[in-house]
Write a protein that binds this ligand. Structure first.
Ligand code: PLP
Length: 412
């Protein structure tokens, strides 16, 4: 058999590739291996290392023989109690450790939720643009993800949901703040969505993974706005983004008893439980409110820098995201002007010529946009901005990048 040819670097990123986010990372890695000084705003995770507090807690946990043996499938009771306390604050409802299932990250928690809730052919409404993982867990459960168009601020509305509702509609996944859009659904919008869900007996899966990065102070848990939906709501969270712990794989779901029971059984039958050392690290993280607060402040400043720089480039129109870690500009004018045929094409060009990795919007059901992560350090961000300006040019009014400037007041 002929040997498989290595991936040619001149091949454009295929929008239909398995996961374009990983395709960008693989191409960036291939360029790095050839000696290119590639920097990336493509990652879906904070660039920072996990805090020393958490690392030390993990080291202590490794040394503690109590972590060397099997633990409860539902998760470490102390960690569940902390998650419950935090949810009680967010929702103003009482939660106990029995209401929580610990998972291998929020993605696994979403997977467990879908396995518990979705039957073959059940339809689940997901935001478009949106994070592909939402659709993936629905498909993995035999369900059908149904994209719902978002409004000018990338929020889903009761009307848009109703246009996609059928007798098979089982649930809606509501992620606020969202990825890649940063959209935060304010209280009034959540109330409308909750009314719609209540009226039609539809479950709500709230993915609150970016909850700490709420740059406008408008984040609300859907259950705080509509506590009566508790019997048909699953809330998903985790430490990955808030505490720069994506590699530790700890997340959770909070749900009615039948969902928690199903998730526990699934965990017990597959992974037995989330590794205890990692749960102990997550415990330390949840006791540390400073790290996410500091990160959120830094991200707000970097968001402002990046969005200002992007908007100074002809053909790019970037809204200021209300939350999250990503800028999600419209680059469609740029495409037409310069002859790129898609944002995947542009992303390939930026990577190959400016050695800057970004994710094409095709990954999120949004051709004509690109996603850039601002959860990176100042040096990386400023270098990326320089490369963008050099590669794409700016308007005569130069953006001002004063990295030492105090964080501008955020409009509420
Ligand atoms: C909206 C959203 N939910 C969940 C996840 C997964 O988080 P975790 O790393 O905890 O599995 C991501 C990761 O990118 C995400 O963007």
């Amino acid at each position: 058999m002929a040997p498989t040819a290595p991936m040619a670097l001149s091949t454009p990123l295929a929008p239909a590739a398995d996961n374009p986010i990983f395709a960008v990372a693989a191409r960036a890695e291939a360029l790095r291996a050839r000696g290119a000084d590639v920097i990336t705003l493509a990652a879906g995770e904070p660039q920072a290392a996990t805090s020393a507090v958490v690392v030390e807690a993990a080291v202590a946990a490794v040394r503690d023989p109590a972590t060397h043996h099997y633990g409860p499938a539902q998760g470490h009771p102390e960690l569940r109690a902390l998650v419950a306390a935090r949810l009680s604050e967010d929702t103003e409802l009482p939660w106990t450790e029995g209401d929580i299932q610990i998972a291998l990250g929020a993605k696994h928690a979403l997977f467990l939720a879908a396995q518990a809730l979705i039957g073959p052919g059940d339809e689940v409404l997901v935001a478009a643009p949106g994070w592909p993982g939402h659709a993936e867990v629905v498909t993995a459960a035999g369900g059908v993800p149904v994209p719902v168009e978002t409004d000018h601020a990338f929020r889903i509305s009761p009307d848009a949901l109703d246009r996609r509702r059928t007798p098979r509609t089982r649930a809606v996944i509501l992620s606020s703040p969202g990825n890649p859009t940063g959209a935060v659904h304010p209280e009034s919008r959540l109330r409308g969505i909750a009314d719609w869900a209540r009226r039609h007996g539809i479950w709500v899966i709230g993915d609150d993974i970016y909850r700490a990065f709420d740059h406008t102070g408008t984040y609300r848990s859907v259950l705080r706005v509509a506590p009566d939906l508790r019997a048909r709501t699953i809330v998903v969270g985790g430490v990955s983004k808030e505490h720069a712990m994506t590699g530790w794989r700890v997340g959770w779901l909070a749900a009615p008893p039948e969902i928690v029971a199903s998730a526990r059984l699934h965990v017990s039958r597959t992974i037995t439980h989330v590794p205890t050392v990692n749960q102990r690290a997550a415990l330390a993280a949840l006791n540390d409110a400073d790290t996410p607060a500091d990160a959120a402040r830094d991200y707000r400043r970097r968001r402002n820098l990046l969005v200002e720089a992007l908007n100074a480039i002809d053909g790019i129109d970037c809204p200021l995201p209300d939350g999250g870690m990503f800028a999600f500009p419209d680059v469609s004018d740029l495409l037409g002007d310069r002859g790129w045929t898609s944002s995947a094409d542009l992303a390939t060009w930026l990577l190959d010529t400016a050695h800057l990795a970004v994710v094409p919007g095709e990954a999120f059901n949004a051709p004509g946009r690109i996603r850039l992560c601002f959860a990176v350090d100042d040096r990386t961000l400023l270098t990326a901005i320089d490369r963008l300006r050099t590669a794409l040019g700016t308007t005569p009014t130069e953006a001002t990048y004063d990295i030492d400037a105090p964080n501008p007041e955020v409009a509420r």
